[in-house]
Ligand binder design. Structure first.
Ligand SMILES: Nc1ncnc2c1ncn2[C@@H]1O[C@H](COP(=O)(O)OP(=O)(O)O)[C@@H](O)[C@H]1O
Ligand SMILES: [Mg+2]
Length: 386
């Protein structure tokens, strides 16, 4: 898995067994490998690349080689041989996500593009590979995102306790798991920016020497500029009711550039700007919860996951804003926060291989639940999970 942040590859080794008619999921091993120098830049700058078509074509294969290396490295670290593994699930790297329907003649189209050629992954590892999960959901009218709610339910559903999972990735998304643990009642949608603008502003202000605001220290040394925050919260995305999903198109390099230029004009000090975009992420999550979740669900616990959990400013500000509700991380309930999303795609790959749907129409807005992705044959027989 590599998310919108394009920070690197998350690889999870997961054991899935069938218990009580639904998969039981156990994390065996997890590794995070930052992309080699330059790759993140190439991904984030794709829209402005002068020869973007060739660059996409090349990155599709380059990223797949890196994904395959990450999988093989993970197996080595876990002292597990590839022959013990049934299949790989690869989300790929999103390079374009256009969920809003557009008319083309008589057709109405939604589109999304994840790269990291699965044929290369299958060839290098010898393993059956399931990839490209999002387009099938779009083909039945969905946003193609978020796809992690059902895996979230398997990992964190708790009878008698309404929980919200908040994934602080590049984009922040949330999943409401009702206390009656009914799958049909799960709701999920993108809240808005997670780390994506913080990372972008930090990279820009540090002249590229820092990739993110380590532990939220920069934000902690600044003061939130309320006027800029208010303007940011006027973004039309927040007026859209769920189902909704976002990407670099809504909150990405262009917005970073606008914000940095505005801050220079208004003489907003760098630390204040980092604090302000961090507060923007906090308010995106809090506003989404207050508008769409709290009025209808008796939320007992908010469980944070994703890389943003390590940003102490972000975590602290969320806890303060959401008081008196309990804000925890998934680590507090026994599952590593940084491994949740990669594990989710292992689960989705398993479901696809078993011919079962992985999307939840209540989350993506799809007309129906469908099996997701494409299956690339490996070198051996992989009937073992069926
Ligand atoms: N020590 C840290 N301090 C602050 N932020 C961090 C730290 N470690 C990771 N992050 C943030 O987490 C992001 C990666 O989160 P991740 O869940 O992988 O997002 P995505 O799914 O979009 O790739 C990084 O880009 C960074 O913003
Ligand atoms: Mg990541």
């Amino acid at each position: 898995m590599s998310g919108t942040s394009a920070d690197g590859i998350d690889a999870a080794l997961v054991e899935i067994t069938r218990e009580d008619h639904q998969p039981a999921v156990k994390l065996l091993h997890f590794e995070q490998r930052p992309y080699p120098p330059g790759i993140r830049d190439r991904i984030l700058r794709l829209p402005d690349h002068p020869d973007a078509l060739r660059e996409v074509c090349r990155l599709n294969v380059l990223l797949a080689e890196l994904f395959a290396q990450a999988a093989l490295h993970l197996l080595e670290a876990a002292s597990t041989s590839a022959s013990e593994v049934a299949l790989i699930g690869s989300h790929g790297q999103t390079i374009c996500h256009l969920p809003t329907p557009v008319a083309e003649g008589d057709l109405v189209l939604r589109s999304t593009l994840q790269i990291g050629e699965p044929c290369v992954i299958a060839e290098r590892t010898g393993l059956w590979t399931v990839a490209d999960f999002r387009p099938r959901d779009m083909a039945v009218g969905g946003e193609g995102a978020p796809l992690t709610p059902y895996p979230h339910y398997l990992l964190f559903g708790h009878p008698g306790r309404c929980r919200v999972i908040v994934n602080l990735g590049g984009i922040a998304n949330l999943t409401v798991l009702p206390s009656d643990v009914s799958v049909a009642a799960i709701e999920a949608f993108d809240a808005g920016p997670g780390n994506v603008l913080i990372d972008g502003v930090v990279r820009r202000l540090s002249g590229g020497t820092a990739e993110y605001d380590v532990d939220g220290a920069w934000a902690a040394s600044g003061r939130v500029n309320q006027a800029l925050l208010k303007r940011l919260l006027g973004h039309p995305f927040f007026r859209r009711p769920p189902p909704r999903s976002a990407g670099q198109e809504e909150f990405g390099p262009r917005m970073v550039e606008e914000i940095v230029v505005e801050a220079e004009q208004k003489k907003i000090p760098p630390a204040d700007l980092v604090a302000t975009v961090s507060a923007f992420s906090v308010e995106a999550v809090v506003g989404s919860l207050e508008t769409f979740v709290f009025p209808r669900h008796p939320v007992r616990e908010i469980l944070l996951c994703g890389g943003g959990v390590r940003n102490r400013w972000l975590k602290g500000a969320l806890a303060t804003r959401l008081e008196p509700r309990a804000v925890l991380t998934t680590d507090d309930v026994g599952f590593p926060a940084r491994a949740v999303e990669a594990t989710a795609f292992a689960v989705l790959a398993y479901l696809t291989f078993a011919g079962q749907p992985g999307n939840l129409p209540s989350a993506t807005g799809a007309r129906q639940a469908v099996p997701l992705g494409k299956i690339i044959p490996g070198k051996g027989y992989s009937g073992m999970i069926l």
